[in-house]
Write a protein that binds this ligand. Structure first.
Ligand SMILES: Cc1cc2nc3c(=O)[nH]c(=O)nc-3n(C[C@H](O)[C@H](O)[C@H](O)COP(=O)(O)O)c2cc1C
Length: 359
């Protein structure tokens, strides 16, 4: 056991949360393996339909009777002009050619219905509901809480954490700039905020009274102990689990993570219209030459989807989104339970040896 306010509230053994990762990595096997190992697994359901969410929840429950979470994206209604979208769609045709697919003539569907996704989560009776990209309505937060769910929001600045606490969340993820994947930033003034985990966590801890979950660049027991020292009640690790055996990340994505270095990632909005950290690809390099405006999320995400999918099919990493955090050099292709166990073993050893520091 490693007791913190959060482990007590969530009824889990260890303050290790596996980050929800939409787009395939967080398979029912991964979520259940982390929960069964005493941490908290979490399904990244942002891109799933209500039916897919119901199925995934059922599959997770077949594999574990421990608590786990489901994560959704708070929807945004961007007001990108039609011609900005059309120009980008035309421009992307040269990449479609590169990956061997036909030019696009129509604009695809942007997102799944948030209301239907919420309904599927409510019906799933899961322990934790987490979200990113904003704050859902009062009604959504309250209905999750009435169902007995523990509600977690994502902040990248102190102001966002304060806004989340005021909206009634039970805990806040403090997502530092090292983090892989999309930035959870949602206040206009913080769109470009890139505060590192080391600086962000203690400042958030000082300004909210709910438990804080440190996220971004935490890969092992050292990161766990450091986060607890900064006042966090748990860690949320994404990249550390991305290359795990149970992860559903593409084999090429896993291989890239295992062979890349701490300076291999960049924050880009070229794939989705929203800032996200991933391993630098030819697509990211080439898109710098685009002179127009990048449509906002989720429009750009929908426009590049066919390119990313075609690249995945043939295993061409240069046109895939290879989300990963700055700690990627510490990744290992182990099972999820080994990652949880090693993280804990290392943390216990560290805590013990730190007890000798004053001698
Ligand atoms: C591939 C990938 C997908 C992600 N998808 C989500 C998501 O769906 N929802 C979410 O709240 N965070 C998502 N994140 C961010 C994580 O919650 C977390 O902040 C991040 O992984 C922490 O940094 P680390 O990767 O260095 O551990 C994603 C991260 C990655 C790497």
């Amino acid at each position: 056991m490693m007791n913190t306010e959060l482990t007590r509230k969530l009824n889990i053994e260890y303050p290790i949360l596996q980050a929800p990762m939409a787009g395939g990595p967080t398979t029912p096997d991964l979520v259940a393996a982390v929960s069964n190992a005493g941490g908290l697994g979490s399904l990244g359901a942002g891109y799933l339909s209500a039916e897919q969410i119901r199925n995934a929840i059922r599959e997770i429950k077949q594999r574990t009777d421990r608590p786990f979470g489901v994560n959704l994206f708070v929807p945004e209604q961007p007001s990108t002009p039609e011609d900005t979208i059309a120009n980008m769609n035309d421009y992307l045709n040269k990449y479609r050619m590169e990956v061997g697919i036909a030019p696009s003539t129509s604009i695809p569907k942007f997102v799944e219905s948030f209301e239907e996704q919420v309904q599927a989560v409510l019906e799933g009776y899961v322990s934790v509901f987490s979200f990113t990209f904003g704050i859902p309505s009062h009604d959504v937060i309250q209905s999750m809480k009435q169902q007995g769910m523990f509600v977690v929001g994502t902040a990248t600045t102190v102001d966002e954490a304060i806004a989340l606490e005021a909206a009634g969340v039970d805990a806040v993820v403090a997502q530092g700039s090292e983090a892989g994947g999309h930035r959870g930033s949602f206040l206009p003034s913080t769109a470009d905020a890139l505060i590192g985990t080391m600086a962000l966590v203690p400042q958030v801890v000082d300004h909210v009274s709910v438990p804080v979950i440190a996220s971004g660049g935490i890969m092992d027991g050292r990161g766990l102990v450091a986060s607890l020292a900064l006042g966090a009640s748990a860690v949320q690790m994404g990249t550390a689990f991305l290359a795990s055996i149970e992860s559903g990340a593409h084999a090429v994505h896993k291989q890239k993570i295992l062979s890349s270095k701490e300076d291999s990632t960049e924050v880009t909005n070229f794939y989705s219209g929203k800032a996200a950290r991933g391993i630098l690809t030819d697509f990211m390099k080439n898109m710098h030459f685009y002179e127009g405006t990048i449509p906002a999320y989720p429009i750009q995400n929908a426009l590049t989807r066919d390119i990313r999918q075609a690249a995945s099919k043939v295993g061409n990493p240069e046109y895939m989104s290879l989300w990963a955090g700055q700690g990627l050099r510490l990744s290992q292709d182990q099972s999820a339970s080994e990652i949880v166990k090693q993280t804990l073993d290392q943390a216990y050893l560290l805590i013990k040896s730190m007890g000798n520091l004053r001698e």
